[in-house]
Ligand binder design. Structure first.
Ligand SMILES: [Zn+2]
Length: 322
């Protein structure tokens, strides 16, 4: 009998790559192909079995490398569907690989950009966002700001942003509320400009007053202030300073803080990852919801018929002033 041809070296899989494929096979088998049902126990069993085929399976570095390969072996749809428990399980194994920040970076970012928000997080967030929208609709006069913005002084614009931050913090029980500081920084060479930043260490929201930034109109500044306030909520949540149940999002936010994709990374892929990482997705979702709700309430008060606006009927139901 003739021996099968040996594939060229470049086509052969490394032992960790083989183990990663075995992991997915065992994991899928445990839940009949539906990885959204993968429990932590299913995950550990499949992961330990896959790891057992490797030399030094008890070595955290070996387990860490296998965790990297497990993520690399999955397409984005699989990672999107993955259960929260399995996602946290893989992250914990990646953490066990003590060295190789660079090695872990890609898999971690992929796990963060594909993570859906859990129903538990939505149940915690939604009433607080509604409360914030309610407080803001009553407490800041967006129509007045819009009419007078071009002739308003910088300190009055700042006062508007501060009021927004105070009311938002109140809805989430953040005490003291973040302070608001202005800074001025022009656009980067490719034309993008930073609207704001949250400094978690000082609990400070920094807003850009440069001409091309969101400072130029009141609705954009309102959006930017809420977006940064939600970053404040995230840090308070991950540090256990808010009244919240144990949520997967806490762990994911901590990872995102460590492996944050900055807006300045200018490649197309990085720009997409910047928007998709869980911290930014969450802050944009909340700011979008609140801006639409408060503008809707404002229109209702001024007698504009919702049918004449692009806002959906769904939005009408969420308006606290209907
Ligand atoms: Zn942000």
């Amino acid at each position: 009998m003739m021996a099968p041809p040996i594939p060229p070296r470049s086509l052969r899989l490394l032992p960790e790559e083989v183990a990663a494929r075995n992991f997915w096979e065992m994991a899928r088998e445990a839940v009949a192909g539906d990885v959204s049902r993968l429990s932590l126990r299913d995950f550990w069993e499949s992961f330990n079995d896959a790891c057992a085929a490797l030399p030094s399976p008890g070595n955290p570095a070996v387990r860490g490398i296998l965790a990297c390969r497990v993520v690399e072996a999955a397409d984005n749809d699989t990672l999107r569907a993955l259960s929260g428990d399995a996602r946290i399980g893989i992250l914990a194994e990646l953490d066990a690989a003590l060295h190789g920040w660079k090695l872990k970076e890609r898999p971690v970012v992929r796990l963060l950009t594909t993570a859906p928000f859990s129903p538990e997080y939505a149940a915690w967030l939604t009433p607080r966002v509604s409360k914030a929208a309610d407080l803001l609709a009553k407490g800041v006069d967006l129509a007045f700001q819009r009419r007078n913005w071009s002739c308003m002084k910088g300190e009055d614009k700042l006062a508007f942003a501060r009021r927004t931050a105070e009311l938002y913090a109140q809805a989430f029980g953040i005490n003291p509320p973040p302070t608001v500081e202005p800074f001025a920084e022009g656009p980067s060479p490719d034309g993008r400009i930073l609207s704001g930043q949250y400094d978690a260490r000082r609990n400070v929201i920094r807003l850009n007053t440069a001409a091309a930034s969101s400072w130029s109109d009141s609705d954009s500044l309102f959006y930017a202030a809420i977006h940064e306030c939600q970053h404040a909520v995230q840090y308070h949540l991950m540090d256990g300073r808010l009244d919240a149940p144990e949520l997967h999002e806490r762990t994911l936010l901590r990872w995102n803080d460590r492996f944050y994709v900055t807006w300045k990374d200018s490649t197309l892929g990085n720009a997409a990852e910047y928007q998709a990482q869980i911290m930014e997705r969450d802050a944009n979702f909340v700011a979008d919801t609140i801006v639409k709700t408060t503008i809707y309430c404002e229109m209702m008060r001024s007698g504009v018929k919702p049918g004449n606006t692009p806002l959906s009927a769904q939005r009408r139901k969420t308006c606290p002033h209907r």
